[in-house]
Design a protein around this ligand. Structure first.
Ligand code: IPM
Ligand code: MG
Length: 357
């Protein structure tokens, strides 16, 4: 039996998660050995238990085989001290569970090419995997804080660092992912300026020697940001550090037409994972039943593929999403002028109708 911990989170989190649970219900009814329970993360956890990653969630997350998360954060919590902001919930669970490998695919759905701000020929057939290191870098480096500098001015400071073992393990994941795809890996860094990046690049080259079938290239992050919009199809797998990956994966999500379409996986060394849509908690549309649940449903697919070793279920979910889009179902984020717009639960139901066939 596989135990799934569901953390709906804040704002649209519970709305999109209700649709993902419909998918789990179908799979369970078909006999898949899964069960699930719910917990709090982010602002919801702060409200209920006074901390964004409370001990009850920590215990449940450590015991679970996989975690499905909605989204956390929002204006209600913006004024809280940084240590208890919802973002610390997601950063805390990533670090606590050692979820160092973050897989963020960027796919161009043909049915949505009109919803993208890119020319169809630039994105047609696009299929990129961004691999973001998730538990190191300036996100977690110390020292960090506020201090008075030599001139007597207040300054804020953070520390960027990567150790050799941290880079080695993400490198192996990246090369192995590339082996299963187009066998091209682009490592993104800022080696012309940062010492951290110099070490990162050295390690990538050294580990690359173990994967002679993968073509390794290197790109500075500023150029990568440009190349992603100029000619995104030049990329197969991109591997990069935590902060560069945060930024580039948001940029790449726009190639797909909507950030509402993209799932992600964050894996530990044993492929235990946390699965979540790439998008945030969308406070502006929360509580209105407008959010697109497809990224969360696709995250269920990634969970079966990576943590439960059932790529067949992932493929079935991907195929059903394609069919639902081809049938013309559109939430607001992927609609064109004149399209009939449906809500979160109607999109979930449209998906289920196809998925059950
Ligand atoms: C993401 C988000 C998070 C991050 C925030 C919510 C802390 O932007 O998952 O990309 O920066 O990693
Ligand atoms: Mg981000």
């Amino acid at each position: 039996m596989k135990n799934i911990l569901i953390l709906p989170g804040d704002y649209i989190g519970p709305e999109i998660m209700a649709e993902a649970v419909k998918v789990l219900d179908v799979l369970k009814a078909e006999g898949e050995p899964i069960q699930w329970s719910f917990g709090h993360l982010g602002g919801a956890a702060y409200d209920a238990e006074g901390h964004p990653y409370p001990p009850s969630t920590q215990a449940a997350a450590r015991a679970a085989d996989a975690i499905l998360m909605g989204a956390v954060g929002g204006p209600k919590y913006d004024a809280l001290p940084r240590e208890v902001r919802p973002e610390q919930g997601i950063l805390g669970i990533r670090k606590d569970l050692g979820l160092f490998a973050n897989l963020r695919p960027a796919l161009a759905y043909e049915a949505l090419s009109a919803a993208s701000s890119f020319k169809p020929e630039v994105i047609a057939g696009l299929d990129i995997l961004i691999l973001r290191e998730l538990t190191g870098d300036i996100y977690f480096g110390s020292p960090r804080g506020r201090r008075e500098n030599a001139a007597g001015a207040q300054e804020g400071f953070d520390t960027m660092h990567y150790s050799v073992p941290e880079v080695e393990r993400i490198a192996h994941v990246a090369f192995q992912a590339a082996q299963k795809r187009g066998k091209r890996l682009c490592s993104v860094d800022k080696e012309n300026v940062l010492e951290t990046s110099r070490l990162w690049r050295e390690v990538m080259i050294r580990i690359g020697a173990q994967y002679p079938d993968v073509a390794l290239s290197h790109m500075y992050v500023d150029n990568a940001a440009m190349q992603l919009v100029k000619n995104p199809k030049q990329f197969d797998v991109i591997v990069t550090g935590n902060i560069f990956g945060d930024i580039l994966s948001d940029e790449a999500s726009m190639l797909a037409g909507s950030i509402g379409m993209l799932p992600s996986a964050s894996l530990d060394v044993n492929n235990k994972g946390l699965y979540e849509p790439i998008h945030g908690s969308a406070p502006d549309i929360a509580g209105q039943g407008k959010a697109n649940p497809l990224a969360t449903i696709l995250s269920v697919g990634m969970m079966f593929k990576y943590s439960f070793d059932r790529p067949d279920i992932a493929e079935r979910i991907d195929a059903a999403v394609n069919t639902v889009l081809a049938q013309g179902h559109r939430t607001g984020d992927i609609a064109q002028p004149g399209d009939k717009v449906i809500g979160t639960s109607a999109m979930g139901d449209a998906f289920i109708a196809v998925f059950k066939q």
